[in-house]
Design a protein around this ligand. Structure first.
Ligand SMILES: Nc1nc2c(ncn2[C@@H]2O[C@H](COP(=O)(O)OP(=O)(O)OP(=O)(O)O)[C@@H](O)[C@H]2O)c(=O)[nH]1
Ligand SMILES: [Mg+2]
Length: 225
């Protein structure tokens, strides 16, 4: 059991940056956030945006199924051997924060099987605003919320909104239909996060995941520097 409720902030590396053979392991980025906010869709778009330039793999977490992994396999965003599902069987945050052993094993097995890898994306099962990843599992984390979940979510705060290395406010295309005030969401997010970055995106728009992909490239540059 690995207990880690301590989040030292962006750029803080998790333990063991090297593999047993001394080579640098892949950068691990976690994606968390409420149910249905667009985590899997963001993972899929990131794979499509980055797979030509990077060696990458994905670990998904679902409570009782492998649906997110099956979606990514159906969409063929990566070759099948680069996508692994962890069935958590309990609250999603347990597997990404409290007992990270199944996820660590999945990440390490992927590196052994298809490595060397530059990047592993770990998607948490959809959870509430308090869910964050252990720094023993991921090096940085993206918290994905969406405009349809209510434009008061950034104001409500919680560790995902306030401490994630990147906050993504997804589905901006839906804002006019659900009456969400994007300017208010941006102001509230700024107040909660001060200097930490926030990206507003619509995966239905032409620019799609481009800004998040650029952020990932920046994280990777810092990791390999
Ligand atoms: N309109 C719109 N729909 C989106 C966008 N991003 C994702 N969706 C849709 O939102 C739904 C949920 O997306 P997912 O990516 O499955 O959400 P998730 O956060 O992975 O969900 P869980 O893993 O079940 O918590 C899907 O029908 C997506 O196609 C977006 O930017 N705009
Ligand atoms: Mg998902």
């Amino acid at each position: 059991m690995h207990l880690d409720h301590d989040h030292p902030g962006p750029g803080a590396a998790s333990a063991d940056a090297h593999r047993p053979d001394g080579s640098r392991r892949a950068l691990r980025i976690g994606l968390g956030g409420p149910v249905g906010s667009g985590k899997t869709a963001t993972v899929a778009a990131l794979c499509r945006a980055l797979c030509e330039e990077l060696s990458l793999a994905v670990v998904t977490n679902d409570i009782y199924t492998r649906e997110d992994a099956e979606f990514l396999l159906r969409e063929a965003v990566l070759p099948p051997e680069r996508i692994t599902a962890v069935e958590t069987g309990a609250c999603p945050h347990t597997a990404i924060r409290d007992d990270i052993s199944a996820n660590l094993e999945a990440v390490e097995d992927l590196e052994d099987a298809v490595g060397p890898l530059d990047l592993v994306l770990v998607e948490s099962g959809g959870d509430n605003l308090t869910a964050t990843f252990s720094r023993g599992l991921v090096d940085s984390q993206i918290f994905v919320i969406d405009v349809a979940g209510g434009d008061d979510i950034p104001r409500k705060g919680g560790p995902g909104v306030t401490t994630a290395d990147l906050l993504v406010v997804n589905k901006t295309d839906l804002a006019p239909y659900v009456g969400s005030d994007l300017a208010r969401m941006a102001a509230d997010a700024k107040e909660q996060r001060i200097e930490l970055p926030v990206v507003f995106q619509s995966l239905r728009s032409e620019s799609g995941v481009a800004e998040v992909a650029a952020w990932v490239r920046g994280q990777l540059a810092a990791w390999t520097a």
